[in-house]
Ligand binder design. Structure first.
Ligand SMILES: Nc1ncnc2c1ncn2[C@@H]1O[C@H](COP(=O)(O)OP(=O)(O)O)[C@@H](O)[C@H]1O
Ligand SMILES: [Mg+2]
Length: 266
């Protein structure tokens, strides 16, 4: 990061306790850190360590038990549902492990959705959605429905949808969790490239160290706590996957799209 680094997300003593009958599960336990504008940040840790809960708190999907999360100078717990929804629409994009595309809609319609919520005129949003699909390499698939695409292609649609409104921050929870390693690399490269071009901030959850290598900052989560924060001095790293270019021609595994409201936690 340069000297002019500007904090875009501040997490202060964040805590999330789930109550299951008489049992209390402290999924996020007094976590504090900051994320700078334009940074690629990764929440890295084992399954069950609290990464998704933390991401969902940051995205305003889950409510804090205590502590604060400040995004662009605004405390998200102070916002009512309506303002929070608007804040999300204007500032945040999301990429999910299971893509969360609407199966009855074409790629174009899926990518248009965030713009529909912003009340953008049909002609403009169709053009923006199409341009974005071209950027992610799916110019020839705009009329395809999720089931007519491979897992990697579906996630490209997911990425196009996340970035189409040019949000300042994109949250991604295990975005390559359902993909093979070749496709994972392509998808990660795409997320990185899109974010770099527009100086967007990425917050990505992963349990895979190879994927964490994409980040400028790796926040290690263990048992609901920050174990350590690793800052990469040389900036974003390259992907240590071993496949060569010829492997890109290898078959892609078909992945069934799972439609659901919330991201699957890994
Ligand atoms: N909605 C929920 N209700 C109760 N417990 C939950 C809920 N979501 C997550 N947990 C628990 O919180 C802990 C952290 O989960 P999660 O954030 O999904 O971890 P990760 O994403 O690192 O795998 C786990 O013990 C999980 O079982
Ligand atoms: Mg998870």
């Amino acid at each position: 990061m340069n000297d002019k680094a500007e904090t875009i997300i501040e997490v202060k003593n964040a805590k999330k306790i789930y109550r299951m009958g008489s049992e209390r599960i402290c999924a996020v336990n007094d976590v504090s850190f900051t994320i700078q504008k334009g940074e690629f940040c990764c929440l890295y840790g084992a399954s069950g360590s609290g990464k998704s809960t933390l991401l969902n708190l940051m995205a305003g999907i889950e409510k804090l038990t205590s502590g604060q999360i400040i995004i662009k100078g605004k405390s998200i717990k102070r916002m009512n549902e309506k303002n929070l929804a608007k804040f999300r629409q204007n500032n945040l994009g999301f990429v999910f492990q299971s893509y969360n595309l609407l199966n009855s809609m074409t790629a174009l319609e899926n990518v248009e959705l965030p713009l529909v919520f912003k009340h953008m005129k049909s002609k403009l949003r169709k053009r923006m959605a199409k341009d974005m699909l071209v950027k992610v390499g799916l110019g020839s698939r705009i009329k395809h429905k999720p089931k007519e695409m491979s897992g990697g292609q579906q996630q490209r649609v997911g990425i196009a949808r996340a970035f189409v409104g040019n949000p300042e921050i994109v949250f991604a929870d295990e975005p390559t969790g359902n993909l093979d390693s070749k496709t994972s690399k392509e998808v990660m490269d795409l997320i990185q490239e899109m974010a770099r071009k527009n100086h967007q901030t990425i917050v990505m959850v992963t349990h895979d160290r190879r994927l964490a290598e994409y980040a400028d900052k790796i926040i290690h989560i263990f048992d609901g706590k920050v174990e350590k924060i690793e800052i990469k001095k040389e900036g974003p790293g390259e992907m240590p996957f071993e496949e060569n270019a010829a492997d890109h021609l290898a078959k892609e595994e078909p992945v069934t799209a799972i439609l659901q409201e919330q991201p699957v936690t890994g």
